[in-house]
Design a protein around this ligand. Structure first.
Ligand code: HEC
Ligand code: HEC
Length: 320
């Protein structure tokens, strides 16, 4: 419900400011407020609090418009919280509540032992279309401290409060995605917030404050190496969380609209062919080769996925 409340508040604000003939409303009305105005129920310390602000209002600290050129670590104008809703606090799809407990671990994408810092930098370089932060930088230390705080808070939270309020998990339709239907779903269910051209709605004239409704494609969005650029990953998130506050799409609608987003132009990441050195571990919806199977880039991008799944299932059967 937190998401819905935020959106309603934002919609009212957007409404008011549009009537006033401007969308330049003040800082204090933005979703992430100055630290002083936010009470700290779980008693975050200053470092954890900085970590939370970095995740909630990323453009203000690391975006392409910050005053200090040395701090411009990303080219997108997304926040981590554009995908990790509620600064990662919200349960369910892409929650960060227990993320830190899963690291270090072996990453199939890089085939190396991945630390939580590496994982954050994965999102910096792909989801944020940016550059890696140094492991001992103030910003990385703060984000990791905040994730550790989230996990300790989660450990103290009762099961009823962790309950996920999401529709049934996404099930992949057994067909190729229909881009035409996807564009229709986009117009009817997404464009009101994300804009008719998917470019989002900036928070203010000052781009450094980021976007109230984040861009889904174009130069300010994630690049083509991001997890959200995989259709099934996007569809899982979209079905669980979008339209924000009213997630009611069918599997077919979530699949088609995610494919439509995927088909729109966005920044390109160099060197993607080096991802997943063990090609058999590449997620089946990765829209770039090389692959350990005979299916086309087109089929890996838009499906049908069942034949690809079947191929790997058979490959895994022990030889007689
Ligand atoms: C465009 C959407 C998007 C943005 C923006 C984004 N992420 Fe992510 N993030 C993802 C996706 C998708 C995954 C991977 C989920 C999967 O692999 O199934 C992920 C995974 C993660 C994980 C690992 C979670 C786990 O449980 O293993 C961490 C930590 C993380 N992101 C942190 C960040 C941080 C910090 C930022 C900002 C610097 C950020 N992300 C920005 C989409 C995003
Ligand atoms: C009521 C406004 C609203 C509607 C309608 C809406 N979204 Fe969103 N969407 C948001 C907001 C706000 C965020 C960022 C999360 C946050 O700030 O809590 C977001 C985030 C996203 C993201 C991740 C960030 C990014 O920029 O890529 C995707 C993908 C997305 N929405 C897809 C969709 C799709 C697809 C639809 C239509 C089915 C849709 N949204 C409808 C408000 C909306």
């Amino acid at each position: 419900m937190r998401g819905l409340g935020t959106v309603l508040a934002l919609c009212i604000l957007v409404g008011i400011s549009t009537v006033a003939g401007t969308i330049a409303f003040g800082r204090a009305t933005l979703p992430g407020q100055p630290a002083a105005a936010r009470t700290t129920p779980g008693n975050r310390d200053a470092t954890e609090d900085y970590g939370k602000r970095l995740i909630a209002q990323t453009t203000e600290y690391l975006g392409p418009d910050v005053a200090d050129p040395k701090m411009r670590f990303m080219d997108s104008r997304l926040a981590c919280a554009s995908c990790h809703i509620g600064a990662g606090l919200e349960p369910g799809s892409l929650s960060l509540a227990t993320a830190i407990t899963r690291y270090p671990r072996i990453s199939p994408r890089s085939a190396t032992n991945e630390t939580i810092q590496d994982r954050i930098n994965g999102c910096m370089m792909r989801s944020m279309n940016g550059r890696a932060l140094a492991e001992n930088s103030r910003e990385m230390v703060a984000m990791v401290a905040y994730l550790r705080f989230l996990a300790s808070q989660d450990a103290e939270t009762g099961a009823s409060q962790k309950k996920v309020h999401e529709p049934a998990a996404f099930k992949t339709p057994n067909r190729a995605a229909d881009l035409k239907n996807g564009s229709l779903v986009f117009e009817q269910r997404c464009a009101a917030c994300h804009g008719p051209d998917g470019a989002g709605l900036p928070a203010a004239r000052e781009l450094v404050q980021g976007f109230v409704f984040p861009p889904l494609w174009g130069p300010n969005s994630f690049n083509d190496g991001a997890g959200m650029h995989r259709v099934l990953t996007a569809a899982k998130f979209v079905k669980a969380k979008m339209p924000l506050g009213n997630a009611d799409l069918t599997d077919d609608q979530a699949f088609d609209v995610s494919a439509y987003l995927n088909s729109r132009p966005r920044p390109h990441k160099e060197g993607l062919e080096q991802d997943f050195p063990d090609r058999a571990k590449k997620p089946i919806d990765t829209g770039y080769g090389p692959y350990a199977d005979p299916f086309s880039v087109e089929q890996h991008t838009f499906g049908p996925f069942a034949p690809i799944e079947a191929f790997y299932k058979n490959a895994k059967k022990p030889a007689k």
